[in-house]
Design a protein around this ligand. Structure first.
Ligand code: SAM
Length: 332
């Protein structure tokens, strides 16, 4: 196993060290967490007792790994599209550069991992993660021929065992809808991906305009996952340059975005011309159609001192001020 890879404790993101006792290897943390390694695959699944949804997925794919690998191409065949070309195109959205570190999350049997490895050449780092070790074993066997730095572990997509800002890009295809915590998993993808890095996710879902079609009804009878909706509400606020499209004959969505810092920002401080005036910021922070936050806090001091409501004081202030102005205007 590649020991210089910085696996972290999925429970708290603290570093893990390799420990060997009586020929058995473990990854251990300062806090006392201990993770087993079997056949050079660290088991970093967390929590120990998985959510029933994740547990079900693990059992399902562990039992069907070989069948999955034999039959997966049928999804693409059904829609008369070329699997290799489709996957290459999806992976193209990662904007992979030489030497990049890439995460293939819920990599399954590695059908995308091999394409990512080809894009990375010899200089990159590719980490392949899945909750089902039997899927990962097939992936690992396929990856033998590649000489780049490659790492495998079983882990739960909702608790990733990697440090913050580690990967240049993160990819996950065909799995998001199966995670127990989609929002949490997307937040984890953002956490482990560098600012400016790319995230590409895709899964089954049919667009709203097809939901009454024969096409939809036939497909969802065999695979109810086509009923899933695109998880737009779960997309993290750090998403920038967000793009959504439907692929594979319109039955999967593909989302790609760049990771930003916090929520988006804009110029809220230029004076807006016109009768209403003020700036975007004074209109929101002032809550008085354009007073500054400073004026607003003075207002609170006044109403506290006078023991009256904001409405009473403002109403009187505006009436008095306006009458004075209008009378003054008549006099002149
Ligand atoms: C439909 S397969 C897709 C595999 C691969 N990405 C592909 O495109 O062929 C879904 C994969 O998600 C994995 N998976 C499901 N829930 C998971 C979770 N909570 N954490 C990590 N992997 C998970 C399954 O074990 C399975 O390998």
């Amino acid at each position: 196993m590649e020991t210089k890879f910085p696996f972290t404790d999925p429970s708290n993101h603290k570093p893990l060290q390799l420990e060997e006792v009586n020929g058995e290897q473990h990854l251990v943390s300062d806090g006392g967490s201990r993770y087993n390694i079997h056949d050079a695959i660290p088991d970093l699944k967390y929590p120990t007792e998985l959510d029933p949804i994740d547990q079900k997925a693990q059992v399902f794919y562990d039992n069907r790994a070989k069948a999955y690998e034999s039959n997966m191409h049928l999804t693409f065949k059904t829609h008369r599209v070329n699997e290799q070309k489709c996957r290459e195109e999806f992976i193209g959205a990662l904007d992979i550069k030489n030497g990049d570190k890439v995460l293939d999350l819920a990599c399954g049997t590695g059908r995308d991992s091999v394409i990512i490895a080809e894009s990375l050449g010899d200089s990159g780092v590719l980490c392949m993660v899945d909750i089902a070790v039997e899927m990962l074993k097939i992936c690992k066997a396929k990856m033998d021929k590649f000489t780049l730095q490659k790492h495998f572990c079983t882990a739960n997509a909702c608790y990733l065992p990697f440090p913050d800002n580690y990967f240049d890009s993160t990819y996950s295809f065909g799995a998001l809808g199966e995670f127990s915590d989609i929002k949490g998993s997307l937040a984890e993808m953002v956490r482990v991906t560098k600012t400016g890095g790319k995230i590409v996710v895709g899964d089954e879902s049919m667009p709203p305009w097809l939901r009454n079609s024969y096409f939809y009804k036939v497909l969802k009878t065999t695979n109810p996952q086509f009923e899933e909706i695109v998880p737009l509400k779960e997309i993290p606020i750090e998403a920038r340059d967000f793009r959504l499209r439907y692929v594979i004959n319109g039955v999967f969505y593909l989302i790609d975005f760049r990771v930003g810092e916090g929520e988006p920002d804009a110029d809220f401080d230029f004076a807006i011309p016109g009768v209403r005036g003020g700036t975007y910021r004074t209109r929101y922070d002032g809550q008085l159609e354009g007073v500054t936050p400073e004026a607003k806090s003075l207002l609170f001091e006044v109403i506290e001192k006078k023991g009256i409501s904001m409405h009473e004081w403002l109403d009187e202030l505006v009436k008095n001020g306006a009458e004075k102005e209008l009378k003054g205007g008549k006099q002149s």
